[in-house]
Design a protein around this ligand. Structure first.
Ligand code: 13P
Length: 250
């Protein structure tokens, strides 16, 4: 069985003090959850938030890392640096990074490899645009994204990969994929994983849904057999909203 996970992606929100306060609040309200709980924060928050959540059930993720190991890359943050803060995960392949920062499948492949080599687990995001969905190309798109950046990994490395399916048309739009729409493509994604790593590994791969997921629609989404949790943007910025989604796991 795949691990159940609710992960937050704060994106470029919250200054350091606000981020610390939110992390503190989460440690107070999230107790004995029935899923893994991860928060993805901006780089500058990581070390401080790691201290705040120490000993709690909350785990920490970065939202990005560099595609170079170290050296003269002004402004970049390496996977090793991320790991040294106490973070255990990194979100890679988010559509916002692909679109606004021109991250190609090749660049993402380098990032994934460096993240894994430095002991981070990767939350790897895939998902189609509205145009692609309207042309019924969503399956093709997600398969190509997987093939382009993660399907070359060994079976051992694959154990540290979490997939997040995030249809671009549902991100921050209030427009959620219906539970049936999400389940259909999650099942397809799992079948793609099975083709490469076998049925057992596919069954153990966590596949999260992201895109306007909130407390009101999480129960229906999480009830689907191939939806193992969520990657949450807007609704991860308030403790009560995020807890509402975690509580969808009962
Ligand atoms: P929203 O939950 O704000 O739609 O964002 C989803 C997302 O992009 C998480 O990575």
């Amino acid at each position: 069985m795949a691990k159940k996970i609710v992960a937050g992606n704060w994106k470029m929100n919250k200054n350091l003090q606000e981020g610390i306060a939110l992390a503190k609040e989460l440690t107070e309200v999230v107790k004995n959850p029935n899923c893994d709980v991860i928060i993805g924060t901006p780089f500058i928050h990581l070390a401080s938030v790691a201290e705040v959540i120490k000993g709690s059930c909350i785990q920490l993720s970065a939202e990005n890392c560099a595609n170079k190991a170290s050296g003269a890359y002004t402004g970049e943050v390496s996977a090793e640096m991320v790991k040294s803060t106490g973070a255990e995960y990194v979100i890679l392949g988010h559509s916002e990074r692909r679109e606004y920062y021109a991250e190609t499948p090749e660049i993402l492949k380098e990032k994934v490899e460096l993240a894994l080599a430095n002991g981070l687990k990767v939350i790897f995001c895939i998902g189609e645009s509205l145009e692609e969905r309207e042309a019924n190309k969503q399956n093709e798109v997600v398969k190509a994204e997987l093939a382009g950046s993660v399907f070359h990994l060994s079976a051992e490395q694959w154990k540290n990969i979490i997939i997040a399916y995030e249809p671009i048309w549902a991100i921050g739009t209030g427009k959620t994929a219906t539970a049936d729409q999400a389940e259909e493509i999650h099942a397809y994604i799992r079948s793609c994983v099975a083709e490469v790593y076998g049925a057992e590994a596919a069954a153990e791969t966590s596949i999260l849904y992201g895109g306007s997921c909130k407390a009101s629609n999480a129960p229906e989404l999480f009830a689907k057999p191939d939806i193992d949790g969520g990657l949450i943007g807007g609704a991860s910025l308030k403790a009560a909203d995020f807890k509402g989604i975690i509580d969808a796991w009962g």
